[in-house]
Design a protein around this ligand. Structure first.
Ligand code: PLP
Length: 221
């Protein structure tokens, strides 16, 4: 039962008041999202723009929509009117496009910068050097319609818990470093989005503030 899965995870997260649950709803039908909504969830994560749009149209408007997958610049305009947080920003060019679309819709769009922490070739994200280059850039200072709220990362898909823990620890270290050194009109570092169904307890242990959980709520895809 969906509502039982949700209750069990909420009970597990309850001691950690800073940790928000993002229900990852990709590939799941609107009826299931509605059931999760009725069980009390309001933060939904989708990895594709073309899948988020019809779900946004169909569902109540107090849902916070989180874009968690790779985002192409030419698709930003479709989600700019309503998206709550974009977790997967991995270039200055994408930030500039999000800012442009934010301006058009007269809103400030909250973003996380995705950092590459896994030892896998397939994952998107910035290196620490690329992250610093963006934060130091003159171009960033001109962007009035975005706000960088923190970092996102995905650990390696492995049973080696020590490795996963170390990858999350790395992300937390990077976060702590930049939090001390960067704070401005459009940089307000609060969130570390890390942890999925298989590793969210490890992520919380290492300082996650947002866990993105799909299969543990909705079943396997
Ligand atoms: C699918 C996905 C998740 C959720 O994965 P589960 O293992 O089903 O919890 C989290 N984050 C991202 C970026 C995803 O694409």
């Amino acid at each position: 039962m969906l509502s039982e899965n949700i209750k069990a995870i909420q009970a597990e997260l309850a001691p950690f008041s800073k940790v928000k649950l993002i229900a990852v709803t990709k590939t799941k039908p609107v009826a299931m999202l509605l059931e999760a909504y009725q069980a009390g969830l309001r933060d939904f994560g989708e990895n594709k723009v073309q899948e988020m749009l019809p779900k946004y149209e169909a569902l109540p408007k107090d849902i916070h929509w989180h874009l968690i997958g790779h985002l192409q610049t030419n698709k930003v305009k479709y989600i700019a009117p309503f998206v709550y947080l974009i977790h997967s920003v991995d270039s200055l060019k994408l930030l500039q496009e999000i800012d442009k679309q934010g301006k058009k819709f007269n809103r400030i769009i909250n973003c996380l910068l995705q950092i590459y922490i896994a030892q896998e070739e397939t994952k998107f994200g910035l290196s620490q050097e690329e992250l610093i280059a963006i934060l130091d850039s003159q171009e960033l200072k001109n962007l009035k319609n975005i706000c960088i709220k923190g970092l996102m990362g995905m650990a390696s898909n492995t049973d080696n818990f020590d490795q996963v823990r170390q990858e999350f620890k790395n992300l937390k270290n990077i976060f702590d470093n930049i939090q001390q050194n960067y704070q401005s009109e459009n940089i307000d570092l609060q969130e570390i989005s890390m942890g999925m169904s298989g590793d969210y307890l490890l992520a919380i242990e290492q300082g996650s503030t947002m866990v993105r959980i799909g299969s543990k709520i909705f079943g396997s895809r």
